[in-house]
Design a protein around this ligand. Structure first.
Ligand SMILES: Nc1ncnc2c1ncn2[C@@H]1O[C@H](COP(=O)(O)OP(=O)(O)OP(=O)(O)O)[C@@H](O)[C@H]1O
Ligand SMILES: [Mg+2]
Length: 1078
């Protein structure tokens, strides 16, 4: 079934039939086949009416998820597929909403899944009931009581790795809102014999293994325990480890659970001490010792173990040792002590261990009850969950099986009673006639066992209390006498000789025909187990310990409270508690879960039919179905019935406006169902045969298919029509838009064409008009011209005699003159400034004055310059002339020139006449000094410089010592032929002298001076004035000079500067003098 589909009835998508009541035909085979079919499809739950059959899947099925809980929550029982949750939900809602106390009875054989089922019910109820911190704590405590009880009360058996070895009934109490308040647990008959002995392949109770595996080193040391299982006689060796079970982890879980339930740390410690003591008791061994008086005695072999037990329990070692050696019988104030032989000592030891453990277990249950009991006194609603051992048939059945089967017999009885009662009540309530149902009533078997005067249990008690030798055989004899006539009792030795030759029945056995089958019981151990004796010496010894828990476990050991009355036998105790239980259950609304074990291998997917068949038989399931089906197989409220089948009748489909019952009546009549097939109850319709129901289901299925087709058809039609309408609408819209578009296009075209034509026509009209107007104007102008000419002609004719022949030329000249006059006057107004550097000139007004205008500009500039020059004094003019001369000589030729432009040529820098130091020199120079400055004279031989005064007059130049003013050379300017300088920025210059002149004896002069430009310009002008000749000024980076006889080449090279701007001269050889310039 798809997840999205919604189930509304159990009948939807059934595998086989979900409710066995609907089986057709109903036989054991069809019943089994149905269970198997469902089991193979992972459907482990099947109903018999409201009873849930659960087949153990032995694997995890995904049907217990929180989603499943939600699915089943608040749904009616038959609404969804069979599930344990449906039952739990029904029970819980009935408890909460109808205020009916509930009990959930879970039965089935060992390993069938009872405990799991009980836990599922509890967890479901916990999940759906109220929430809140306090409620959650109660829930948690109730749920956590399970692991604690399972650790102490469960064990691995051949049939089940986690077999409950006690019966458990738990009342969960709720308040009026359905919130849990607390609980009470009752336990039934722990299988205590397991403590001292386990069948092959089985284990002792889980707690022993959990303690040894999971206890810390420290804890084990405190409890004086060893970790290895094989150290302990009480632990079966062959199956100490169980596959898939982690004892150590479980120990932690149990300790944690104890904490949650409310155990104090020291309480846990006390409990574990008792567990350890039980374990260690098994290791005490006895050896025989013969006494002189012939009596057999026993001695403890190794007292170490005893010592440790006594330390653990705070016991006096001697007291316990004595209790293992003697037995005191007290009768009428007389005490008789007898010694115990080895067998009796072992019996005593085991009895103590069993008792200690059994009492510890009962104490635990009570302690848990104390924790989980409801804290309020308000009225409570109760849900009881019974997880009790199922019917047991072993090869060798003993007292325990007898007791267990008795309990199951009682449960079966109450089951039949309640089911029938419920069924009958419903019939009466619905007003349907009740037909008597034949079924097997097992009351007779219960009677056989529990009858107070001649029941088997009463006989056993009688035998146990009887003075004299009592053995199992005497007990059997008694049974043979009393029960021989009972139809369900079988024995070889009974008075009736029915079984005399029945070899399947041994002599020491009796057989009971239980409702679930015949079971043969061996009488061996019956008396002993029923007596359940613990020697008084031992209980007294236990009471005398300092261990608070152990002391509390043996209250009868207190000598002050000692009574001579025998304690009630195990059988009568159990009978009493079963009776209480039955009474309790009868007051509650029962819900049944019947668990079935599908195979003996504990494996998934295996369904052993024989095994299941056996269980189906003894659980009386067929009986159950028959009872449920008595008269009518199926019943359903009218509303649900109408809702489910209303589509089968045109009158009820789709709506029926009247009452549901009438609707169902109309429906069934129209369908022509034979009237004997159904009955109308008050609120429900009762259908006799499942076949009828299935016919209805078939019709419904077919009709649903038709309806589905109809819905599909209508839906498709609707969908297509909607689609069509949409397409139509779209088509109209599209065509409207297209038409609009084309019309618009056409309109625009027409418009533009019209406009064009219009414009052409307008243009044509306008042109026509223009032509006419132009013509008109032309006519008018022509007329005017003609008139003017005509008038001119007339006037000329009239005034000709007054005209002069050259008047035109005069007028022309006059006009030109006027224009020129105006031009000059205007120009005068706009004349630019008188600065010679000014370049601006007014714009030309007339094209024909172009040349004049340019010429005037030139003339004006020349005039302006002249005016400027006229301002100069003679002295200033000479300076400018000199500057001009310098410019002509050096501009763009020597790099040094640029520096000199801004320096005014002062000429006399030394003022010799005023300096007394140069008196002698002043005397020698008569003429006006043109230039006086200090220069560096370069030594011809080595190129080194020496400062000299350089004097220039109008006819000569003088070189004198700078310090003394002593004249070194006096040279007429006429002897100078030329001067040479470099192109660079240096101040070196050579003065070449005329060959043969006196001055030239030593050769040409080489000077350096920063004022080179001024010196040479002055020298040049002086010579020109004197000789009217221009000397040659050579500007070159290489020139020749005459030193004495040598022609030396002066070469300028670029180099690093050493002494500022001064050139460094170096005479390289005779022919070369190198001047390094920057
Ligand atoms: N519904 C279930 N889903 C999965 N596994 C299950 C289910 N019920 C039972 N089992 C498996 O079967 C084992 C035995 O179940 P459980 O202990 O409930 O049996 P029991 O009827 O209580 O037996 P006993 O009478 O010996 O106590 C469980 O340990 C578990 O492995
Ligand atoms: Mg169990």
């Amino acid at each position: 079934m798809m997840k999205s589909e919604v189930k509304t009835s159990l009948l939807d998508n059934m595998i086989g039939v979900g409710d066995s009541v609907l089986l057709e035909p109903l036989t054991e085979d069809s019943f089994l086949e149905n269970l198997k079919n469902r089991f193979d499809h992972s459907e482990i739950y099947t109903y018999i009416g409201s009873v849930v059959i659960s087949v153990n899947p032995y694997r995890h099925l995904p049907v217990y998820t929180p989603e499943k809980v939600e699915e089943y929550r608040n749904r009616n029982f038959y609404e969804l597929g069979p599930h344990i949750y449906a039952l739990a939900d029904e029970a819980y809602r009935s408890l909460r909403d109808q205020d009916k106390d509930q009990c959930i009875l879970i039965t089935g054989e060992s390993g069938a899944g009872k405990t799991e089922a009980s836990k599922l019910v509890m967890s479901y109820v916990a999940a759906v009931c109220g929430k809140g911190a306090e409620v959650n704590q109660v829930k948690e405590q109730l749920l956590q009581s399970n692991p604690v009880l399972e650790a102490f009360g469960n064990a691995k058996t051949m049939r089940n790795d986690n077999s409950s070895r006690f019966g458990k009934y738990m009342d969960i109490e709720f308040d009026f809102k359905g919130d849990p308040l607390g609980g009470v647990i009752s336990n039934y008959l722990l299988e205590k014999s397991r403590v001292v002995k386990q069948p092959r392949g089985e284990r002792n109770f889980h707690v022993f293994y959990q303690l040894l595996s999971g206890g810390s080193e420290d804890l084990l040391k405190r409890l004086k325990l060893e970790r290895e299982f094989n150290q302990y006689n009480y632990l079966g060796l062959d199956s100490a480890k169980v596959n898939g079970v982690d004892d150590a982890a479980n120990f932690r879980t149990v300790k944690n659970a104890m904490q949650i339930v409310g155990f104090m740390d020291d309480e846990v410690e006390l409990v574990l001490e008792v567990v350890a003591a039980v374990l260690k008791l098994g290791n005490i061994e006895f050896k025989p010792e013969s006494r002189v008086n012939g009596l057999d005695e026993s001695r403890i072999q190794d007292k170490n173990e005893l010592k440790e037990i006594c330390e653990l329990l705070g016991q006096d070692q001697a007291v316990l040792e004595r209790a293992f050696s003697f037995r005191t019988v007290e009768a009428k104030q007389e005490k008789v002590s007898t010694t115990l032989n080895v067998a009796q000592a072992y019996y005593a030891r085991d009895a103590l261990a069993k008792n200690l453990y059994n009492r510890l277990f009962t104490w635990l249950v009570n302690r848990i009850n104390e924790s989980i009991k409801a804290q309020t006194k308000v009225r409570k609603k109760v849900m009881g969950v019974l997880d009790i051992y199922g019917f047991e048939i072993f090869e060798n059945n003993s007292f325990e099986q007898f007791i267990i089967n008795y309990c199951n017999e009682k449960l079966q009885q109450i089951f039949i009673e309640l089911t029938l009662k419920e069924e009958q009540e419903e019939y009466i309530k619905e007003g349907i006639e009740w037909t008597h149902i034949e079924y097997f009533n097992n009351a007779i078997i219960c009677e056989l066992i529990e009858n107070n005067t001649n029941g088997i249990l009463a006989m056993l008690d009688e035998e146990c209390l009887r003075p004299g030798t009592v053995t199992d055989e005497t007990f059997l004899e008694k049974l043979n006498q009393v029960c021989a006539v009972h139809e369900r009792f079988e024995s070889r030795m009974s008075k009736s000789s029915r079984f005399l030759n029945d070899t399947t029945l041994p002599h020491n056995c009796f057989r009971i025909q239980h409702y679930a089958g015949k079971v043969m019981y061996h009488v061996e151990g019956f008396v002993d187990k029923n007596n359940d004796l613990l020697y008084r010496d031992l209980s007294q010894a236990m009471w005398r310990t300092n261990h608070v828990l152990v002391k509390a476990l043996f209250p009868e050991g207190n000598p002050a409270k000692m009574s001579l009355k025998r304690p009630p036998t195990a059988g009568s105790q159990f009978k009493a508690s079963v009776a209480t239980l039955m009474k309790n259950l009868q007051t509650k609304n029962p819900n049944y879960i019947r668990c079935i074990k599908p195979n003996d291998q504990k494996t998934p997917h295996v369904f052993t039919e024989a095994l299941v068949c056996h269980q189906v038989r003894y659980l009386g399931l067929m009986e159950n179905v028959r009872v449920r089906r008595a008269g009518y197989a199926f019943k359903q409220p009218y509303e649900s019935c109408l809702e489910r089948y209303k589509m089968l009748c045109s009158q009820t489909w789709p709506h029926w406006r009247q009452g549901a019952r009438d609707g169902v009546q109309v429906l069934l009549t129209e369908l022509q169902i034979p009237p004997e097939e159904f009955s109308y109850g008050r609120s429900k319709i009762f259908i006799r045969n499942p076949r009828t129901l299935f016919e209805l289901e078939d019709l419904r299925k077919r009709r649903l298919e038709d309806l589905a087709t109809l819905i599909q058809k209508i839906y498709r039609g609707w969908k297509c029509r909607t689609h069509f309408l949409l397409m139509k609408k779209s088509q109209i819209t599209i065509s409207a838009w297209t038409k609009r578009h084309f019309q618009r296009k056409k309109y625009l075209h027409l418009k533009s064409v019209t406009l064009l034509i219009q414009s052409y026509i307008r243009g044509w009209k306008a042109r026509k008009l223009l032509r006419e107007l132009k013509h008109q104007k032309l006519c008018e102008e022509s007329a005017t011209t003609i008139a003017a000419y005509w008038r001119g002609f007339q006037i000329r004719r009239e005034y000709r005699k007054f005209f002069r022949a050259n008047a035109g030329r005069k007028i022309y000249e006059f006009t030109i003159q006027r224009i020129i006059q105006k031009y000059f006057l205007e120009l005068k107004k706009k004349l630019p400034s008188m600065s010679p550097t000014e370049t601006a000139w007014p714009a030309r007004p007339y094209l024909f004055l172009d040349n004049t205008h340019t010429e005037l500009k030139r003339i004006f500039h020349l005039w302006r310059c002249k005016k400027y020059r006229d301002q100069f004094t003679a002295q200033k003019r000479a300076i400018f002339e000199e500057k001009l001369e310098a410019s002509e000589l050096f501009k763009d030729k020597k790099a040094l020139y640029a520096n000199s432009v801004c320096q005014p040529f002062q000429g006399d820098y030394l003022e010799i006449s005023k300096n007394p130091k140069y008196q002698k020199l002043t005397g020698a120079v008569e003429e006006k000094i043109l230039l006086a400055d200090v220069v560096n004279k370069i030594n011809r031989a080595n190129g080194k410089g020496a400062p000299r005064i350089f004097l220039l007059t109008q006819s000569k130049f003088i070189v004198a010592d700078q310090k003394s003013g002593q004249i070194k050379s006096n040279i007429p300017v006429m002897d100078i032929t030329s001067v040479s300088v470099s192109k660079q920025t240096d101040g070196l210059f050579a003065v070449h002298l005329k060959e043969g002149s006196t001055a030239a004896a030593k050769g040409d002069f080489l000077f350096t001076s920063d004022r080179l430009i001024e010196i040479i310009t002055k020298l040049y002008r002086t010579i020109f004035f004197k000789t009217n000749q221009k000397i040659n000024v050579e500007i070159n980076n290489e020139f020749l000079v005459q030193f004495n006889q040598d022609k030396v080449c002066v070469k300028f090279i670029q180099g690093a500067q050493k002494n500022g701007n001064l050139p460094a001269c170096k005479r390289k050889n005779n022919r070369l003098l190198e001047v390094t310039v920057p």
